[in-house]
Design a binder for this molecule. Structure first.
Ligand code: MOS
Length: 696
């Protein structure tokens, strides 16, 4: 084999897993062929709060083809019940409507479903509360918020600065419950091999991280890590909902313990996802800005109230972006939670930053109007030299470049700032913009192994995940570049706990975390074995901590530009044009990077105009629990979306020079749409989603 110097970094290399996917041969979790499979259908609570007093399984058990029925009264014990979401079927308590309280395992999915319907459940119902109110007496401050951030921050004298400010904005913004809807619903196959004294669990799972699934599930079943193998080669999207195992995984394993060694297949239905796999919690956000007449901020206050589940705390970091975004000398942020009788909220693409920046960036638009300034100019005037929160220099804050580049490309200069002042036929026309920021996170605990094989190919092994983003391909480019070979000479292997430890595909941290491990290992390999290694030569190395992590503030940035049209008669909103300009460090694969960015922007458009899960508080469940009632932006809604990025290399985040790009595209996108709708109509909407009825 000749080693060809890599030219692949930045190239738009077509997805290596593409042919398997489009020919239908890529295996997703549910599709793994196993011997004598059984199929699980869950029994879910039909009350929101209370106790199960009886479960009559006799009719279900009599059905031909039923293998096992599990209830809260007879399910196997878990070894660790400390996780309120995962600890299911261990007692008779019901914490939310839709909670898993039983299962039927049968010879076919149809039999399992029919039998599950035959299980009769009696409850002692208790009063439930599912509605978020800012005056709820149970409001409390969590110890920290998601990501380990402090719950509250206070710098300077915010109240005095607001009192003295020449210009103020004081508004409340709300975002609704939103549900992750990856194309592939959650699914798993659980195989429990009951070797006496040393059982073995194999789980094929649709997950964003096999190693974290293993780490979380092993103690629940009293197993050592070595007794659990999780495999997940292909994943049809996740958006955070597959970032951690959920109760359905536990149910499948409990059922497998009762199925005589037969594999249990559990495909969660679209409807079941609306109560089982997390969701973006709704937010109520009060934002107060104080500024000089020239638009220079003197104070930012961002106070957030959100629900959590009574059974397990989830505290989103919604106000955190306001700590670093702009250079106000006086800043206050806070997070308060209300425990409700609802399923456990969880990560959904840019949890925290996404809803938080919606409020912050609409508020900045309102400040621009109040100061009679261009919204881009108001942001540039508040650009901080260093991170206001840590005082650290930026690894690369190119927000102003993004704003200026975007303004030019979008044709912002010709914009007349007066709202409700342009129309074509029946349509009001407007344009709007917003900034975007997302932290450049890096996760610990990543190890890669590289071996030179007899066929002249480097096997590069790391238990990472490609959830449809193109990670597999990008990591191949990273490995080829670091090894100094062609991408054809690299075989990246991911998605299996038999491969070295890897962190979860979440927080836009994947490429940084896994890529650092691969580059470190490749360098060590070349040092040990040179560029003409012998067959079988191998190296395994753990990624070192980033020495710059505490010295620099590391974030991706972006600027969104949106054109909106609003129908005078019907209020219908169309978004014919979106432009995003991003600062994400070096592009590793231009094609998959662009896809991540426009995917995020599309999801932001969807958030702005459509996405909302409606809870019926009488019964406590989300009623919009399918894609007919839970609306998302479909093809007809998405017109001209363009994402570009600055030509740059970040010297501090990772050895590739890149930053994460999975979430930056959604952050700020909904604010840009709302700001464009304001410019078109003169109607300022502060509650998502923006629907036609509110523009009439
Ligand atoms: Mo993402 S919500 O960090 O998978």
């Amino acid at each position: 084999m000749t080693l060809i110097p890599a030219t692949s970094m930045g190239a738009s290399l077509t997805r290596l897993d593409g042919p398997a996917k489009v020919t239908g041969t890529a295996r997703y979790a549910f599709e793994h062929p196993v011997e004598h499979p059984t199929y699980l259908h869950p029994v879910q609570a039909t009350v929101a709060h209370g106790r199960v007093t009886a479960m009559d399984t006799s009719a279900a058990g009599r059905l031909d083809g039923v293998v096992a029925v599990l209830t809260v009264f007879d399910a196997p014990d878990l070894a660790d019940t400390s996780d309120g979401e995962l600890s299911i079927l261990q007692d008779d308590k019901v914490h939310f409507r839709g909670q898993l309280i039983g299962a039927v395992v049968a010879e076919s999915p149809e039999i399992a479903r029919e039998a599950a319907d035959l299980v009769r459940v009696d409850y002692r119902e208790e009063a439930h509360r599912t509605e978020l109110r800012v005056d709820d007496p149970r409001l409390y401050a969590p110890d920290t918020v998601n990501g380990g951030h402090p719950t509250d921050t206070e710098t300077g004298d915010v109240d005095a600065a607001l009192d003295d400010a020449a210009v103020t904005v004081d508004q409340t913004y709300t975002t609704p419950i939103e549900h992750n809807n990856p194309m592939e619903p959650h699914a798993c196959v659980a195989i429990w091999d009951e070797t006496p004294g040393r059982p073995q669990l194999t789980l094929y799972d649709s997950t964003q991280g096999v190693h974290s699934v293993r780490q979380m599930l092993a103690p629940l079943f009293g197993l050592e890590l070595e007794q659990v193998r999780v495999r997940s080669p292909h994943v049809g999207g996740g958006f955070g909902s597959k970032g951690a195992p959920h109760a359905h995984n536990v149910l499948a394993v409990l059922a497998a313990q009762r199925s005589g060694g037969r594999p249990v297949k559990f495909a969660v239905t679209r409807q079941q996802m609306f109560s089982l796999v997390g969701y973006r919690p709704p937010t109520i956000q009060r934002v107060r800005l104080g500024a000089d007449p020239d638009g220079a901020l003197t104070a930012i206050s961002h106070e957030v109230v959100e629900p959590t589940s009574a059974v397990k705390e989830y505290a989103e970091q919604t106000a955190v972006p306001s700590r670093t975004m702009y250079a106000a000398p006086n800043r206050r942020t806070s997070h308060r939670l209300v425990p409700l009788d609802v399923p456990v909220p969880n990560w959904m693409r840019a949890p925290g930053e996404c809803p938080g920046m919606f409020a912050g960036e609409v508020a900045m638009d309102e400040l621009a109007v109040a100061c009679d300034l261009d919204p881009i100019e108001v942001r540039i005037r508040n650009e901080p030299d260093v991170d206001p929160e840590s005082g650290n220099p930026w690894s690369g804050r190119h927000l102003v470049d993004c704003l200026r580049t975007g303004a030019q490309r979008f044709g912002w200069a010709e914009r007349d700032p007066t709202p409700r002042n342009r129309a074509r036929g029946q349509w009001w026309l407007g344009t709007g913009m917003a900034s975007s920021a997302y932290p450049a996170l890096s996760m610990p605990g990543n190890t890669a192994r590289i071996e030179y094989r007899a066929d002249g190919v480097y096997a590069v092994q790391i238990g990472a995940a490609d959830i449809g983003t193109g990670t597999w391909t990008a990591l191949t480019q990273v490995a080829a570049d670091a090894l100094g070979c062609d991408t054809d000479s690299v075989d990246v292997q991911i998605g299996d706990t038999d491969l070295p430890s890897a962190s979860v595909a979440g927080g836009s941290s994947g490429i940084t975390s896994w890529g650092t491990a691969i580059v470190t290992t490749a360098r060590a390999f070349r040092q040990a074995h040179g560029d003409k290694p012998s067959t079988g030569a191998h190296t395994i190395t753990e990624a070192p901590e980033n020495p710059d992590a505490d010295k620099f503030a590391m974030h991706s940035f972006g600027a969104h530009f949106v054109e909106a049209q609003v129908n005078r008669d019907t209020g219908e909103i169309r978004v014919p044009r979106m432009l995003g300009v991003f600062s994400v460090g070096r592009a590793i694969n231009a094609g998959t990077l662009r896809s991540q960015l426009i995917g995020g922007m599309t999801m932001g458009l969807s958030m702005a105009l459509h996405e909302e899960s409606v809870r019926d508080h009488r019964f406590g469940h989300v009623v919009t629990q399918d894609l007919a009632a839970y609306h998302i932006s479909a093809h007809a809604d998405v017109h001209d979306i363009e994402a570009i990025w600055l030509d740059e290399v970040d010297e501090h985040v990772n050895p590739m020079g890149s930053r994460g790009a999975g979430e930056i595209g959604i952050v700020g996108a909904a604010a840009a749409v709302a700001n464009a709708v304001y410019h078109a109509t003169g109607i300022r909407l502060r509650d998502l989603p923006i629907t036609a009825d509110r523009l009439l």
